[in-house]
Design a protein around this ligand. Sequence first.
Ligand code: C5P
Length: 246
Amino acid sequence: MTFQPKDRLIFALDVPDKRQALDLVQLLEGEVGLFKLGLELYLAEGPGLLKELVNIIDPERIFLDLKLYDIPATVLGPIRSILHGLALFTLPSDLGPAALKSIVSNTAAAFRVLAVTVLTSTTGDDLKALGYERRYWENPARLVVDRAVMAKEAGCAGVVCSGREVKAVKEACGPDFLAVCPGIRPEWAAVPGDDQKRIVTPYEAIKNGADYIVVGRPIRTYPESQGGPVAAARRVVAEVAAASEP
Ligand code: C5P
């Protein structure tokens, strides 16, 4: 199968219920590569929704973004009951090397694990307030890269990082280590009251080396008067295609 520009687009299904989620899957099925299920939807609908989704789309197109943070035994409990064969699953890198290694080695057959480096809503000021060393809060990219190297050593398939840090992550971890980038804001789509901070456009993220970009609100809330989510997804894919050209 050839890798098309749309395959690099992960749509964040950040909606409160199954009905809205299934409507969006139906609408965008031919426009995006993967669908990302996050906490909001998973807590509301539970594993039953995953079973329904795999009746409509290939499990290899599902990214379960739960960022479970607990001791390995407690994280492994709920993971065991999750459907196998999903594309991607997230763990916070703050779990540390030993816990990441243990969880990754116990779930190797089920899905590829991505470590979340530093949330794209986190700023240097946040890191300072959390007690991180000066070199990290002065430049959060340093923390992202150190965590990416740790995640690679722990056996993770890749990381979630911002499009601003992806180049440095690839340099440190190699081209095959996956970089999945949220915090994507096209110039043509405003998100009111935005919480994302370390943002880049779809074009910039792909040019910098992102394997996948995660886009939620810029697609979901794109005005119907301008073509709604389908038009927005196509505009994002056009940027991905332009950035993929040599
Ligand atoms: O709506 P928006 O495009 O900001 O959605 C981004 C998605 O990526 C959200 O589902 C968010 O949980 C997720 N995410 C993120 N930053 C991370 C990891 C995941 O924004 N570091």
